[in-house]
Ligand binder design. Structure first.
Ligand SMILES: [Zn+2]
Length: 396
């Protein structure tokens, strides 16, 4: 268990160094000392001193592994398996909760269904029930949580005006959880940020290790800038789903018409695919493998994917970056269908993908594995503040 809560405040540079080590271990799953020192740009002597502290605080452990070469190191530095994190993830159908480790092992999970037509009140009530289950479970086992991470679809700048995908009052939820788990660091995030974190930390051979754009096409459409994890604003959600393509297009949940989300989110596809919204949510991304497409529907789908590509390309025109990862139902499509997204990017990105040197990767959907994304986010929160106490009160 971490004793980080009792640690005195230290200069920021120290926090950042610890954050660099912990986030590197989080993303790599463990490392021998020499490559770790190189990755976080420390001498092995300085690294040793910091690892000594991190080990004493119960944040890391060293496990004996066969040396990778003759005379090589044998102690693999990894995140300590006994640190307990709580993950709370809101999805379209249920609220899931879990307790797990920094490396993504879940020791406890529970899912409570949401009502068919959720309201701020009923969703708040389900949150209350779930947090009570969590409190009882941790109390019975005398477990002290080091972090709580909460993932909410559609959470963003506009949430105060009541536009999340599932109605909920984040301010009220934050107050309630803060009271039930006094002293435990609590962070809320948009589900796109949680899924982006999940992929960066847990997806094998994830294509990007430096700054890139992550795009999630699910119940909503959103992006996240993935920056250096040591920076305070390492994970910035962006509203690329609300780029408007025609003010006379279909109505979007944001109140505007013709947003890219109103064409490409799961609920937006129901009519085109000839199923009810509820049926489609039940199928989730798997609709790609279950619903046959006529030539007309396929053509319209590609038109919508092209628009998604335009939204991504225009985002890169505003803020250039070298990589884009797309997750969600489009990543399950055939390469010919996915080409429409690529064409859309090429049609508007200044200089095209080649000249702009943008590499594009489709990564498997991670929706449906809740609360794994919220758990990865909680781990990231703890690692990115160097395993030290939060500097300020946690705001929603
Ligand atoms: Zn919109």
């Amino acid at each position: 268990m971490t004793t980080g809560m009792e640690m005195p405040e230290r200069p920021r540079s120290r926090r950042q160094t610890r954050a660099a080590i912990l986030t590197h271990l989080l993303q790599s799953g463990g490392s021998f000392r020499p490559p770790l020192a190189k990755a976080v740009r420390l001498s092995e002597a300085s690294l040793s001193r910091i690892l000594f502290d991190l080990k004493a605080e119960g944040l890391i452990e060293e496990v004996r592994r066969p040396a990778p070469y003759v005379g090589g190191p044998t102690g693999l530095v990894a995140l300590d398996g006994s640190v307990a994190l709580a993950a709370v993830e809101l999805t379209a159908q249920w609220l899931s909760v879990g307790v797990g480790s920094l490396s993504g092992e879940l020791h406890y999970t529970e899912r409570l269904p949401l009502p068919k037509a959720p309201t701020v009140e009923t969703v708040g009530r389900v949150f209350g029930e779930v947090m009570t289950l969590l409190r009882d479970w941790t109390r019975r086992r005398h477990i002290t949580l080091s972090q709580i991470g909460v993932s909410i679809p559609g959470l963003g700048r506009l949430t105060v005006s009541g536009n999340p995908i599932i109605p909920c009052d984040v301010g009220r939820l934050s107050g309630m959880i803060g009271e039930m788990f006094a002293g435990v660091p609590l962070e809320f995030t948009n589900s796109v940020v949680a899924h982006a974190t999940f992929h960066r930390c847990r997806t094998q051979n994830y294509p990007f290790s430096d700054t890139h754009l992550f795009v999630l096409v699910s119940h909503g459409v959103a992006g996240a800038w993935m920056d250096d994890p040591v920076e305070a604003d390492a994970l910035q959600p962006i509203e690329l789903g609300h780029m408007v393509f025609g003010p006379d297009g279909p109505r979007c949940r944001c109140g505007h018409h013709g947003c890219v989300e109103a064409y490409t989110s799961l609920p937006a596809l129901a009519e085109l695919l000839g199923v009810s919204g509820a049926e489609l949510l039940q199928l989730g991304n798997e609709w790609v493998h279950t619903i046959p497409l006529s030539a007309r529907v396929r053509q319209e789908l590609r038109r919508r994917l092209f628009r998604l590509g335009l939204a991504i390309g225009n985002t890169l025109n505003v803020k250039p970056c070298g990589g884009v990862a797309i997750s969600g139902w489009p990543s399950l499509l055939s390469e010919e269908d996915r080409k429409a997204v690529v064409d859309g990017i090429d049609a508007c990105l200044l200089g095209g993908r080649k000249l702009a040197q943008v590499s594009l990767a489709f990564v498997p959907p991670s929706t449906g594995n809740d609360p794994q994304a919220a758990l990865a986010f909680a781990a990231f929160c703890l690692a990115s503040r160097g395993g030290m106490p939060a500097t300020s009160t946690e705001a929603a």
